[in-house]
Unconditional design. Structure first.
Length: 171
């Protein structure tokens, strides 16, 4: 995709440092810089290597404006039992502040939507921080609807370890 100096391409292993930089910039924007702990090795394994043993765990596109990388999107497959088909989950979409308003975010979003359609996916899901009004407004303009009746839960870190251990002691 190339319009207004915008170019979208699949990420390669040569982009690992760029991806990590964009992840850290996103974490700063989302007010959680200490939570971005991904390493080059983890990015290599899960975006370009064996992932969980069946190929890469997720995929990444890099977006450039006038030849300068300015954003990225990371996504992976999920599955809907109700429709019996795969979907895509958009994990992160970020555009550097200097490039906002040029159409790069829209181009990255539409590229993932096109990939979902081409792969026979029936849904594209993602989460947005409730204070991120610009993102919420952007996604509404794209035709997205909030799923307000759902509450997102997360089990991570020590709590995940305890749950896994609890299963092994009760099995």
């Amino acid at each position: 995709m190339a319009e207004q100096g915008i170019h979208i391409r699949p990420a390669t292993p040569d982009d690992i440092d760029l991806i990590l930089s964009l992840i850290r910039e996103l974490a700063e924007y989302e007010r959680a810089p200490d939570q971005a702990v991904a390493s080059p090795e983890l990015i290599r394994t899960h975006l370009f290597g064996p992932g969980l043993g069946r190929g890469p765990t997720a995929e990444c596109l890099i977006g450039s404006v006038d030849g300068v990388p300015q954003g990225f999107v990371v996504y992976f497959h999920n599955f809907s039992t109700w429709v019996g088909r795969p979907g895509l989950f958009l994990e992160d979409l970020f555009v550097r502040p200097a490039a906002r308003g040029r159409g790069l975010g829209k181009a990255l979003f539409l590229a993932v939507a096109d990939i979902a359609r081409a792969r026979g996916c029936r849904r594209l899901d993602w989460m947005v921080l409730d204070w991120n009004t610009p993102a919420i407004e952007f996604y509404r303009r794209m035709g997205a609807e909030p799923m307000n009746e759902w509450t997102t839960f997360r089990l991570s870190g020590d709590a995940l370890d305890r749950a896994a251990l609890a299963r092994s002691t009760t099995a």
